[in-house]
Write a protein that binds this ligand. Structure first.
Ligand code: GUN
Length: 295
């Protein structure tokens, strides 16, 4: 069994990104600028946004975080999004989800300019992705693809079983694995016997958010297992919680050819996916400018 080490791979990719940013800066060109909007005080969201800010600093991006009270109105949030859409200095924008209940996430996602939608959530980017055209890929599936590519995991002709059908992970992951010539099965909460499918899988991607869901009896020997789950489970530690994946790692790992740990697997790759998208956003803008085309 070999670990798919997201910490190590993301570190190498961040060095490559930093080298590109340093070159842009040295040439007097614009460096990527990522903006994040955080509404409210959700603990996980605050951690994620803080991590994104730190990542930007590490690779030399400019970053702006706008923090608002949970009582912010939908109209005010949409106005903030429009302001950033129209700010030429900002290349990428993410609005951290979940948003407070009184704000319509769909409306917010669709208000972000698809050219700055580095989360890849806008319907325009979703459509481009399904057609295999240049777009912003959602960060987690993008990061997983980069991780599989780094370890030269064979995908052509393989059976990939994805557990979970979220807009952020399961659905886009299915399109990307299809593009990588896998036979793809998507299991979800209404699937009668998930095990029936996972036992036939060469690659399992677990993205359902149930700690320790995938057990050793559900996979065959030699399976590649990617664990997207990262659930906070309360415990007696100083932090008050630990992070649990969707895979019963201790028992599943010995049966795998490759497996991602949690933490240190998919999480850091997701973060690097966002950085790669932001770098692409600025490069695309420069290319459009150079060709004198309409942006
Ligand atoms: N909340 C959980 N994951 C994500 C993500 O990838 N992007 C945003 N904007 N919010 C999230």
């Amino acid at each position: 069994m070999q670990l798919l080490n997201g910490n190590e791979v993301s570190k190498a990719l961040k060095l490559e990104i930093k080298a590109e940013v340093d070159a842009l800066r040295a040439a007097g060109k614009k460096v990527p600028h990522l903006a994040a909007i955080l509404v409210g005080m959700d603990g996980a969201s605050m951690t994620y946004v803080g991590a994104k800010e730190k990542d930007c600093k590490e690779v030399g991006f400019d970053s702006t975080v706008l923090r608002f009270d949970a009582s912010m109105t939908e109209a005010d949030l949409l106005a903030e999004v429009e302001k950033i859409n129209n700010n030429p200095d900002i290349d990428g924008l993410i609005v951290q989800l979940p948003l407070p209940k009184h704000i319509n996430e769909k409306k917010v996602t669709e208000t972000i300019s698809y050219k700055k939608d580095v989360d890849g959530f806008h319907p325009m980017n979703v459509g481009l992705m399904f057609k295999g055209l240049p777009c912003f890929l959602p960060a987690t599936p993008y990061g997983i693809i980069k991780l599989l590519e780094h370890y030269k995991i064979e995908t052509t002709g393989k059976h990939c079983v994805i557990i979970g059908r979220s807009d952020i992970v399961g659905k886009p992951m299915s399109a990307l694995m299809l593009q990588k010539n896998c036979t793809v099965t998507v299991c979800h909460s209404k699937t009668k016997s998930v095990k029936e499918f996972t036992l036939q899988a060469d690659i399992v991607i677990a993205a359902l958010g149930i700690p320790d869901y995938l057990t050793a009896d559900m996979i065959k020997e030699g399976t590649v297992v990617v664990d997207v789950g990262i659930t906070r489970v309360d415990d007696a530690s100083a932090k008050g919680y630990s992070l649990k994946g969707d895979v019963d790692f201790a028992n599943v790992a010995p049966k795998c050819s490759y497996i991602t740990p949690v933490p240190g697997g998919v999480g850091p790759m997701t973060r690097v996916g966002l950085l790669l998208n932001t770098l692409v956003a600025v490069k695309r803008k420069e290319a459009v400018k150079a060709e004198g085309l309409q942006g």
